[in-house]
Design a protein around this ligand. Structure first.
Ligand code: PLP
Ligand code: COI
Length: 365
């Protein structure tokens, strides 16, 4: 990808930013994705101008023509990454990986790729202008870059106009109540993605089609849904919004392979790297639901966890399914999961040496 000639970001600060007292109130217990900062970054794309009109501006509603292609054909992709307040300043974790995945997702959805430098600059600009919204402690500022087709045209083809936007939300735990372990519902009705589909892209459509399965999970008292593959309805793929790892009695890890139907999680990749360095055997191999059940029965499977930017590392304690569920270990996670979480979050928060160069300081902060 060729570097874009420097695009000037016009800074238009919010005329009436949230007061410090209101902000403190909002940030006291933010949950996930409910509280938003004062600003957003927008960049437009047109066929004639390419990426243009970059602005850091007050967060406000976007006006769209009712014929905007995104509203009809769902041409949209997004990302999710966090800014952390650390002793070394405000930092991001592997943001260039988000920029690159955003390009891959965009390619899959026939959206013009945003240059990596512009993606990173947009993140830096928003984190800087809304720096007071970055929580300390266990919290972080969740950044949500997204791009969508805004052209008013009902023909089915890639649109000729797009908006790229970044918004930000101070967040705590993704799972309500910061539970020790989460429960997942095994969907035998719905699948998430098939070979040749959009499973590896972070596009809104994948999440839209997962909602009914997620609702089924909630109905059964579960926090998340776990999907099996679409061809055989047998191989464990991932959760609605996170990847999955299995921990065995010999200390080895297994996670489903990247075959085009699951999201290439940055947390997943980081855990694979860290676990291998720690001397663990890590297999990226298909794992069937029958094997999962058998390994729980035999005691070979000791722990299981979900991972992602929002979920961080969350132990999975229980699986529920139409044909019978099961509990993993004592149902509360375990020490391997805890150790992996501690190492990952330690690096992310600047408390453990970053030997891989994953942590990137936000410019000027
Ligand atoms: N899988 C899905 C479907 C997701 O939505 C996410 C979250 O982004 C992940 C996996 C984990 O990806 P990452 O670790 O890059 O956040
Ligand atoms: C993320 O972890 O960034 C996601 O997009 C997942 C979603 C469940 C919030």
């Amino acid at each position: 990808m060729q570097a874009e000639p420097t695009l000037l970001f016009r800074r238009e600060p919010h005329p009436r930013p949230t007061s410090a007292a209101t902000r403190a109130d909002l940030m006291a217990n933010p949950g996930f994705g409910k509280v938003f900062t004062d600003h957003m970054v927008t960049i437009r794309w047109t066929e004639a101008k390419g990426w243009n009109d970059a602005r850091v501006r007050a967060r406000e509603p976007v006006t769209l023509d009712p014929a905007a292609a995104v509203l009809h054909y769902g041409q949209e992709v997004f990302e999710g990454l966090k800014a952390y307040r650390t002793a070394a300043g405000v930092t991001l974790f592997r943001p260039e990986q988000n920029a690159r995945r955003f390009q891959r997702s965009s390619d899959r959805l026939a959206i013009p790729a945003l240059p990596e430098a512009l993606f990173l600059k947009a993140i830096d600009e928003l984190a800087a202008v809304d720096v007071d919204w970055i929580p300390g402690g266990d919290g972080s500022l969740y950044l949500r870059p997204f791009v969508f087709a805004s052209e008013a045209f009902l023909g089915v083809r890639p649109a000729l106009e797009y908006w790229f936007i970044v918004i930000a939300s101070p967040v705590g735990n993704y799972f309500k109540g910061g539970k020790k372990a989460v429960s997942v519902w095994l969907s035998d009705t719905y699948t998430r993605a098939a070979r040749g589909g959009t499973g590896a892209a972070k596009c809104g459509g994948n999440y839209a089609s997962s909602l009914v399965a997620q609702a089924e999970a909630s109905k059964h008292g579960c926090d998340q849904v776990v999907f099996l593959d679409a061809a055989e309805n047998r191989w464990v793929e991932e959760l609605g919004g996170m990847n999955i790892f299995f921990v065995f009695d010999d200390g080895s890890l297994l996670t489903p392979p990247l075959g085009g139907s699951i999201l290439e999680g940055i947390t997943r990749d980081s855990i694979v790297t860290l676990a291998k360095r720690a001397g663990r055997v890590v297999r990226e191999e298909p794992y069937s639901i029958e094997q999962w059940r058998a390994d729980v029965r035999s005691g070979r499977l000791r722990e299981c966890f979900a991972c992602g930017t929002a979920a961080v590392v969350s132990p999975i304690g229980e699986i529920k399914a139409a044909n019978g569920g099961f509990v993993i270990g004592n149902g509360e996670g375990g020490e391997v999961t805890d150790g992996i979480k501690a190492e990952l979050t330690g690096i992310q928060r600047g408390e453990i040496a970053d030997v891989d160069g994953w942590v990137r300081k936000v410019a000027g902060l």
